[in-house]
Write a protein that binds this ligand. Structure first.
Ligand code: ACO
Length: 427
């Protein structure tokens, strides 16, 4: 196969190199295009545009395949732990036992936040959406940790990563506690990362919180599955903001805002709200399928479809099984689960969804699990953010280490041509 393409334009020919990734993916290098021809490429939504080379995550949407640093997601979900996956994403290899122990100890050293942050938290109304609060508190971290990261120092980058990994679950838990009117809670070094997060969320003052291993295991798995997903909307936001050399906390705060939207991480909240709405509407699944197919109706089936997967989302396969197990083990019989099953079956058999390759995505099931674990609906996307944090950090780190230029897309201007200013009295 040729390693170049020839572009013919205005009587001239331009040779564009084709690069090949380690999984045999191909990309045309158009970086010389504008200089040589004056042309730019148009690709709204970046459906065909690669913005970087990356060694972190591989995703084949046609095959429904996902791997972190070369390890299949199925193996990681079954055999690894969230902490180990965090290390893998950020450092590039699976840790030895001493490396893992040090990583955990280093995270624990930072698993508190300044008490002054409580004043900021207090200023939010208890009705504030936790994602807005989380984005603000994460951004505020930069004020409390002003030391710049020297991106040429592996040690400095590592310190920044463990600092944020330590503090983030505390902030995320405070967002939930705020909505429930509970006082803030503090980390417990004796517990694992996920167990600690669980007690941060739920422990009441003076209470001995019993840890259900089924719940901890489910959360651990969900976080592994959410830990990275290459150049999605929030990760691209983290990279783009970071490309201006904005700091790690500011870049991650922007990623949280990007994740919030219902077309991205906010879909897990939207799925449950949709299932509740179907239930309250009498449970007629077909009516809602028809609504999603109606081009005059803006409604979309939440938790269905994906920009990259044109096959079953491999994470959804794993979560579907985990979801059934958890509901069975916790003895939960939730009527919205029946609606979810009915909706999934009807959509998978419907020509509209089959033709467009619209399958349930990871968010279709994650919300059902979070609901079973008694996590408030508005916290679902915060849970996603806790899982995605190591991916954002790894991608930010890689972007700075590889010295990516500042991100700055072009546009095709379609506004008014040049015209003269008219004073207000003459308009
Ligand atoms: N319900 C009904 N129709 C849909 C849906 C859906 N959920 N998703 C896509 N379609 C249709 C579109 O209307 C379009 O139809 P057309 O070809 O007749 O115009 C076709 O499928 C292609 O859809 P696009 O919008 O072009 O696909 P895109 O890649 O831009 O969007 C997205 C992907 C945003 C995920 C979309 O499928 C969607 O809105 N899904 C619902 C929200 C959701 O679940 N988001 C979570 C994504 S996973 C994540 O972020 C973790």
């Amino acid at each position: 196969m040729s390693d170049k393409v020839i572009l013919k334009y205005d009587g001239k020919e331009l040779e564009l190199a084709v690069s090949t990734g380690s999984m045999d993916e191909k990309a045309i290098d158009v970086s010389s295009l504008r200089g040589a021809t004056g042309l730019i490429t148009m690709d709204p939504g970046y459906k065909n545009t690669g913005a970087c080379e990356s060694k972190i995550t591989f995703l084949d949407g046609e095959e429904g395949k996902l791997s972190y640093r070369g390890y299949p997601i199925e193996q990681l979900a079954e055999k690894s732990s969230f902490v180990e996956v965090m290390y893998l994403l950020i450092k590039g290899h699976l840790p030895t036992q001493p490396e893992l122990d040090k990583f955990v100890a280093d995270i624990n050293e930072h698993n508190y936040v300044s008490e002054d942050l409580i004043k900021i938290l207090d200023a939010f109304p208890s009705s504030a959406h936790p994602m807005g609060v989380l984005a603000s508190l994460t951004s505020a971290l930069s004020a409390f940790n002003p030391k710049c990261v020297n991106v040429n120092s592996e040690e400095d980058l590592y310190r920044a990563a463990v600092t944020l990994l330590g503090k983030f679950p505390v902030l995320a838990s405070w967002c939930q506690r705020k909505t429930k009117g509970l006082p803030v809670n503090y980390s417990n070094d004796q517990l694992g990362y996920v167990e600690n997060f669980y007690q941060l969320l739920f422990k009441k003052p003076g209470q001995e919180l019993a840890m259900n291993p089924v719940v901890v295991d489910a959360l651990d798995k969900l976080f592994i599955l959410h830990a990275d997903h290459e150049q999605n909307c929030s990760t691209s936001t983290v990279r783009l903001v970071g490309s201006s050399h904005a700091g790690l906390f500011a870049s991650i705060s922007s990623g949280i805002s990007a994740l919030w939207g219902p077309l991205h991480g906010g879909a897990n909240q939207a799925v449950i709200e949709m299932l509740e709405a179907i239930k309250n509407d009498g449970g007629d699944v077909q009516k809602w399928i028809d609504k999603a197919k109606d081009k005059n109706d803006p409604f979309r089936l939440m938790g269905f479809g994906h920009r990259v997967y044109k096959n079953f989302d491999p994470r959804a396969r794993i979560i579907k099984v985990a979801c059934d197990n958890i509901l069975e083990q916790l003895g939960i019989d939730d009527p919205i689960l029946e609606i979810a099953k009915g909706l999934e079956k009807a959509a998978l058999e419907d020509e509209y969804f089959v033709e467009r390759k619209l399958y349930p995505n990871v968010d279709f099931y994650s919300g059902i699990i979070y609901k079973a674990l008694d996590i408030p609906t508005e916290m679902f996307t915060v849970m996603f953010a806790v899982g995605r944090l190591p991916g954002w950090i790894a991608q930010w780190k890689e972007m700075r280490e590889t010295n990516q230029p500042i991100g700055r897309p072009r546009q095709l201007y379609t506004g008014e041509p040049d015209r003269d200013y008219v004073p207000v009295e003459n308009r």
